[in-house]
Design a protein around this ligand. Sequence first.
Ligand code: CMC
Length: 445
Amino acid sequence: MTGDTHGAGDTEATTANGKKGLTVTDNRTGKTYDIEITDGTVRAMDFREIKVDEEDFGLMTYDPGFSNTASCRSAITYIDGEKGILQHRGIPIEQLCEHSSYLEVAYLLIYGELPTEDQLSKWVYEITHHTYVHENMKSFMQNFRYDAPPMGTLLSAVGALSTFYPEAQDISDEHQRHMAAVRLIAKMPTLAAFAYRSSLGLPFVYPDNELSYAGNFLSMLFKMAEPRYEPDPRLERALDILFILHADHEQNCSAAAVRVVGSSLVDPYSAIAAGVAGLYGPLHGGANVAVLKMLQRIGSTDNIPDFLEGVKKGDERLMGFGHRVYKNYDPRARIIRSHVDEVLEATNKESPWLDIAIELEKRALDDEYFTDRKLYPNVDFYSGLIYEALDIPTDAFTVMFAIPRTSGWIAQWLEMHHDEELRIARPRQIYTGARDADYVPASER
Ligand code: CMC
């Protein structure tokens, strides 16, 4: 069994009735059931037929953390975790990073194919001309505490967008869906830059429509008194590649959050805000923050052996390592690693943490604890070093992840709304609490 995204996996094996699938005998009753296998998958609802008697609810499947449950069919992103393969709409991530741009990849994810030249220029024009946010949004964002973590501010701001575009509640209207996609992708860098500048007490910088998507973002982050910010093309390209690498990653925590919340048919801004919240956590997008804090805590390559001993004893985790799906080197980590030196050169910086990261990776990959568990660097292991070189404060790293992941969330959300099998997400539980207990007045407890 591989750790890949399922798509095939059916064999010629047949059930007692000659169907492709499983023949299951319930030893409680001696009854036999045929369970069909399609796309290497059985349907959980087929197990509900397995009952002890007519009163019985039927068999449920139990899968905490959805380790082995496909929640949807998707044609957006393919991952083979054993081989370290990542493809969007079938195109390898390496090719996209080499030849494409973030906005082109966003189009590919959302509309299913690479745009023609005309489609691309229209798409880029639309995104570029929806980057401004309502002035009330500015005052909304200025009202957080002076030291508000930018990711919390961004999360609230994305939710607040739903109040500016109530027409987006008509999710059956194709035009509204398209406008929400354009607005979210266009405004996310503006909101992210506002959240960053507000956390530093700096005035907001309005979008510059003459600049590229990444160049404009750099301008909104760093422009001071100069009449026009000129982004360094090397940094612009490196940032664009980071955006491509973070654009989508199939059914991870935040994409699943978008689909679960979106399945209630709520507007797209609210569904995407759920994705931002999912990404915020240290086991997901917040890992890039945790990695840098970990490298700072380790402080020197001399301390690596002690640190790794602590990880092996279970006192802490090696952040930026391990992945639910990748059981091999995360291809995104390899591409990011290859850009770290280039960014340090462009920014004329030396990273005090790079040597520690390289040595940490080397030692971990030489250690059976990590190799036995197939723990390899993931996308977050090196991305923080680039953000740091770009002068992004540590607590804004996850914001840098949220900007490009927006296109993936939208693609997942749109695909879900075209799915004929869409139903509101509503998992089951195994109830373990008390039953039929009597209320006890407070004075008697
Ligand atoms: N450091 C040390 N041990 C680890 C780590 C780690 N980073 N990750 C997993 N393990 C161990 C874990 O203790 C367990 O060992 P044992 O079998 O002895 O109990 C085994 O490996 C399997 O781990 P798991 O927790 O069952 O794996 P999971 O699939 O539930 O978790 C993960 C995946 C990404 C949450 C986890 O590897 C982790 O916490 N990594 C560090 C956080 C991180 O870098 N997250 C970013 C993920 S990539 C960006 C994104 O897509 O969000």
